[in-house]
Write a protein that binds this ligand. Structure first.
Ligand code: HEC
Length: 196
């Protein structure tokens, strides 16, 4: 009898506590909150097991400078916003994310030790419950390998490739604010309904 009461309490009390904890508004839901107990274990443990099972193996040592430059172009357009560029301060977005976006060209954060297949898996599939998107539908398989090869060699890239990873120049209007701009001619509003 005691056992039964204990069992029922156990089954009811734990979910009820969880329910009230979440509804009370104290669960971490902001990007700036500290992690929950076990949050890291649940997120990381599962990810590693999945990647071990699925990551393809490929030697990217034969990738040419042309491949790396193509990877750099992919990186500029799709990744730099979160993961930053060589010799630059951390990207603005990276600072406000939880988990934060690693700065993949800084000594502390590079993934040069990871096999390229692991990076390939992460870029292709994304990392659930983090800001890391899946690029499966945005990039071709070859582009994902090229950017993975770039990541694998992030600490020893040829100068031609580094040139591709310079920050984009400011738009002319911001770069030269002292310049006088001619007034924009005002054209009569075109009403699509009247054009017919
Ligand atoms: C919107 C922001 C965002 C964009 C865009 C983005 N990432 Fe990420 N990425 C993240 C975050 C956040 C993490 C950290 C995930 C975590 O902690 O597990 C991450 C993790 C990674 C990792 C794993 C790093 C490690 O230490 O294991 C790699 C590699 C990576 N991203 C590569 C890329 C590449 C390549 C692109 C572009 C094709 C890209 N990411 C685009 C946010 C982004």
């Amino acid at each position: 009898m005691k056992f039964l009461i204990g069992l029922i309490l156990g089954i009811l009390v734990v979910p009820l506590c969880l329910f009230f904890y979440i509804r009370s508004g104290s669960a971490p839901t902001a990007a700036t909150d500290a992690p929950m107990p076990f949050e890291k274990f649940i997120a990381r443990g599962g990810l590693h097991a999945r990647i071990d099972k699925e990551a393809p193996q490929r030697d990217v040592a034969s990738f040419t400078t042309g491949d790396l430059a193509a990877g750099a172009e992919v990186y500029q357009k799709n990744c730099a916003f979160c993961h930053g560029l060589p010799q630059q301060p951390p990207s603005a977005a990276s600072k406000g994310m939880f988990p934060r976006a690693p700065q993949l060209f800084t000594a502390d954060d590079t993934v040069t030790d990871d096999p390229p297949g692991v990076t390939y898996w992460k870029v292709r599939n994304g990392i659930r419950l983090t800001g890391m998107p899946s690029f499966k539908d945005a990039l071709t398989d070859q582009q994902i390998w090229q950017v993975s090869a770039l990541m694998a060699r992030a600490d020893k890239l040829p100068p031609d490739v580094l040139l591709e990873l310079k920050p984009a120049p400011l738009p002319a209007i911001l770069a030269a604010p002292q310049m006088e701009t001619a007034p924009v001619p005002v054209t009569p509003a075109s009403d699509p309904a009247k054009q017919k």
